[in-house]
Every structure is written in structure tokens, then in C-alpha cells.
Write a protein that binds this ligand. Structure first.
Ligand code: KIV
Ligand code: ZN
Length: 386
């Protein structure tokens, strides 16, 4: 069976940049946008042009710079936002306007003090208006995760009739369970008239730690675009992490879904975004965390030294990491110690190893990690005694 492509929509520069303290200037955004283009991203959400003159400038400059990728600007469902976004995108080779409105009862009542009928009308009008500027219009039904499915299907039908080519179904509050989110996408595929004219997009937040799982449930059930950010940055607990969905689809070939992302750039992208945004990556972060390919307990180390696949499902080179690392701690065993000694130029016999290992443990119990300098010191002390 032929594998189907999942479009990757990167919103690091829009939803990702909404993280407090992560503000980027235009120059920094251009550096990231250029790398995203090389990474093989399908759509870059460059910003929310009406929100500030700085964001307008960034979207406009990114539009001029980017060669291959579609460039997208966010708007609310009103003419002013759409006019400003269209102006910011006017130099883009492949512009997209991303417009939308809240569709859950909570948003309709508390944000808009409105009715479902009015929201339907405003959604369709915004899409028609955006369509007068660009061919490619994506509609977001904000808080779709908590929107009643039958109403959501009506909204989707109206915006498709108005010309939307992508339907974004955000789990804005990160509330859904994977099964529930997957069911929602399936329901829309089966119940929205005209659905074949648009693709469905997953945009999931991580409030319950389920953003990645929900996005994958979405594509399994028929969505064909995932919205995500480098390192999972984003409002509150963040968005779906780009590196995670890309590697899940790569590892699970049985799903018959693929992306066009060059996974070998993932590690450098992660470091670059972390650096420019001043947001450290947690060491145990999947795929790009400093410990993602580090082994420190004796049982695991012994296995990995014999054959990497015993404890690693991804070849580190696939994500741009040179090699897995064997970290020496008080939980490490003899084979890890011999391996690390070999790495710094010492071939050790079995008898020597027993002695070195007992010296090693004395130091390891005092420290979080035993480094090369400690190994040289152990070797020097022991060679005097051996
Ligand atoms: O989370 C969300 O609903 C959003 C929309 C504005 C697309 O970010
Ligand atoms: Zn969002």
C-alpha cells in the first residue's frame, strides 16, 4: 500500500513564540524560518500580523525570504485582521491565510456573547473575505476539542462552501483523550458534506501531556496535516512537538504515513530554537533531550554495547546525533567501564578490570557522573598499584 503524506505545519514562530519570555526579533525569526524551509516544512506559520508592527514586519520579511515553503499568517474572523495579514503576505510565493473563530459553547457564550447561528455566519464570511486575497485559506475552529461534533460538522460544511481548503480542528485547551480526538476527526470525515475538497489539520495542546498522542490519533483517523512546534514550545504546557510526530511516523512504517522532513536536522533545529528563544530543553525530552540517547544503568549499557538495538529504537544519526553515549555512574557495570576506558585509549584485561572497577565505584559513589578526567586519575592511581 502506498504511504500517504502528512503535511507538517510549523507554528514555532506563532504559537511557540507566545510562550512568556520567548519573544524573538525579526532577525532571529528569519534565521529560524530559513532553517525550517531547509528542514522540509510544508507550511510556516510566520506570525499574527495584526498583533503588532513587529509581527507584521516578521511575516512580511519571511514572505520575501522563504523559497519553497508556504507562508501563513494568523487572523481572527474579521476584515481588519485579514486585510493586514494579506498585506504582510503579499510577497510570499505561496501565501496562506489562517482565519477562524471559537466554536465551543464556552467560547460562544463567554468570549463572544453570541449564538451558534452568528458564529456560523462570521466563520463563512471570514473565509470568503480571505479568499478574495489568496487561494489557500485555512480555517480554525478554536476549542474544537470541546465543541459539539454535530455543530463542528456544520461549521466545517459552511467554511468549505466559502472556500476553505484546510480545516484546523484545534484541541485548544489540551483536553481531549487520543481516542476522543481521533473519533472527532473520523466523525468529520464521515459527516461533513464536501470534505473531499479540504484537508483536516490537527492542532493539539499539551495541557494533559497528550498533544503528540492526539495528533497521531488524528492522522490515523484521516487528518492530513499536523500543526506543531520545535521542542513542543507553545502556550501553557506547549503544542505538539514536531520532532516527536516526525519520528513516530518514521518509526511506525505500518501506519503508511510519512512526512517530507529531513530528520537528520532535528537535533540542530532543537538546539538553535532553544538558544534563540532562551528556553532550555528538558534533558529527558523525547528525541532531542540531552539524555534521549544516553545510557547510564549497567544492564542497559551492557545491552547497548553488545547491540545498540537492545535499548534504542532510533539510530541517533537519524536525528542528527553522532552516537549514543554511555554515561558512567554508580549504577554502571564493568562492561561500560571497559568501553569508556577503550574510548580514551586503554585496552583492559579482565584482571585489571576487576581492580579498576572497585576503584571506580569508590569515586562513582561520591559523584553524579564519572567523567574522562576521573578515568585518567583512576588509571594513574591503579597503574601504581597493579
Ligand atoms: O490553539 C488554538 O486554538 C490556536 C488557534 C488560534 C489556531 O492556536
Ligand atoms: Zn494553539
Amino acid at each position: 500500500m502506498n504511504s500517504e503524506k502528512i503535511e507538517i505545519f510549523d507554528t514555532t514562530l506563532r504559537d511557540g513564540e507566545q510562550v512568556p519570555g520567548c519573544k524573538l526579533n525579526t532577525k532571529q525569526k528569519l534565521i529560524i524560518a530559513e532553517s525550517l524551509d531547509k528542514l522540509g516544512i510544508d507550511v510556516i506559520e510566520a506570525g499574527f500580523p495584526v498583533s503588532s508592527p513587529g509581527d507584521f514586519e516578521s511575516v512580511s520579511e519571511i514572505s520575501k525570504l522563504v523559497k519553497n515553503t508556504k507562508v501563513c499568517g494568523l487572523t481572527r474572523a474579521n476584515k481588519k485582521d485579514i486585510d493586514v495579514a494579506a498585506e504582510a503576505l503579499k510577497f510570499a510565493k505561496r501565501p496562506r491565510i489562517h482565519t477562524g473563530i471559537g466554536t465551543s459553547d464556552s467560547h460562544i457564550q463567554y468570549k463572544f456573547n453570541s449564538t451558534r447561528g452568528d458564529i456560523l455566519e462570521r466563520a463563512a464570511d471570514a473565509v470568503k473575505y480571505a479568499k478574495s486575497y489568496v487561494e489557500d485559506v485555512e480555517f480554525y475552529a478554536e476549542d474544537a476539542g470541546r465543541t459539539d461534533n454535530a455543530f463542528l460538522a456544520r461549521v466545517c460544511e459552511e467554511v468549505i462552501k466559502a472556500g476553505a481548503t484546510v480545516l484546523n480542528i484545534p484541541d485548544t485547551t489540551g483536553y481531549c483523550l487520543p481516542e476522543e480526538y481521533g473519533e472527532k476527526i473520523k466523525y468529520l470525515k464521515e459527516n461533513v458534506k464536501g470534505i473531499e475538497k479540504a484537508i483536516i489539520s490537527c492542532h493539539c495542546h499539551n495541557d494533559l501531556g497528550l498533544a503528540t498522542a492526539n495528533s497521531i490519533a488524528g492522522v490515523i483517523n484521516g487528518a492530513r496535516q499536523i500543526e506543531c512546534t520545535i521542542n513542543g514550545l507553545g502556550e501553557r504546557a506547549g503544542n505538539t512537538a514536531l520532532e516527536e510526530v516526525v519520528m513516530i511516523l518514521k518509526q511506525h512504517r505500518d501506519l503508511n504515513l510519512h512526512t517530507d522532513i529531513n530528520s537528520r536536522m532535528l537535533n540542530e533545529m532543537s538546539l538553535m530554537v532553544s538558544d534563540l528563544m532562551g528556553m532550555p530543553v528538558q534533558p529527558n525530552k523525547a528525541i532531542v533531550g540531552a539524555n534521549a540517547f544516553a545510557h547510564s544503568s549497567g544492564i542497559h549499557q551492557d545491552g547497548v554495547i553488545k547491540n545498540r538495538e537492545t535499548y534504542e529504537i532510533i539510530d541517533p544519526e537519524e536525528v542528527g546525533v553522532n552516537a549514543s553515549s554511555i554515561i558512567l555512574t554508580a549504577r554502571s557495570g564493568r562492561s561500560a567501564l571497559a568501553y569508556r576506558f577503550k574510548h580514551i585509549g586503554y585496552d583492559i584485561t579482565k584482571n585489571e578490570l576487576d581492580f579498576l572497577y572497585s576503584e571506580f565505584l569508590k569515586i562513582a559513589d561520591q559523584k553524579k557522573e564519572v567523567k574522562n578526567d576521573d578515568l585518567y586519575m583512576i588509571m594513574e592511581t591503579c597503574s601504581r598499584k597493579i
